[in-house]
Design a protein around this ligand. Structure first.
Ligand code: ZN
Length: 150
């Protein structure tokens, strides 16, 4: 288990140091802003939705390592997925970090996103990890503008 923890930590550190899809997206047709006042995390999400498929997605912003790594891994995970698939992934991710503990749940099914499975032990960090996902959902639903975890 400690090996796994170390691996997860490395994934988060790596994505914090070199966030994927960290840029403004030219040709985005959806954007949303997310804010986590508890920690000061700020994210702008850019999305190009084409016939219900996430053709491209990127983000900019500033925040703690967890929020930045989560945004990086989130964008990498949902690119090329349909809106429905992305929603389902959000649900699974949210269950992993904040849902009722389920012994049958295997974080491995989430691939690298499983790196955030330890976050559930730190309630303050849950909002950092889920902020990019809430922002994604706002962008997908076209609610746009600005969401806050508070
Ligand atoms: Zn944070």
């Amino acid at each position: 288990m400690s090996d796994l923890r170390e691996l997860y930590q490395q994934v988060i550190l790596d994505h914090n140091r070199q966030p994927r899809n960290f840029r403004k997206l030219e040709g985005a047709n959806r954007t949303a802003e997310g804010h986590n006042p508890l920690c000061g995390d700020q994210i702008t999400l850019y999305l190009r939705l084409e016939n219900g498929v996430i053709g491209d997605v990127s983000f900019q912003g500033s925040g703690c390592a967890i929020s930045k790594a989560s945004a990086s891994l989130m964008t990498a995970s949902v690119k090329g997925k349909t809106q429905t698939e992305a929603e389902a992934l959000f649900h699974t991710f949210h269950t992993m970090v904040a849902g009722e503990p389920d012994p049958a749940f295997d974080p491995e099914q989430l691939g690298k996103l499983a790196a955030f499975s330890g976050v559930r032990e730190f309630p303050v960090r849950v909002k950092c990890a889920t902020l990019p996902w809430h922002t994604l959902r706002a962008a997908l639903e076209g609610r746009g503008k600005r969401i806050s975890t508070e």
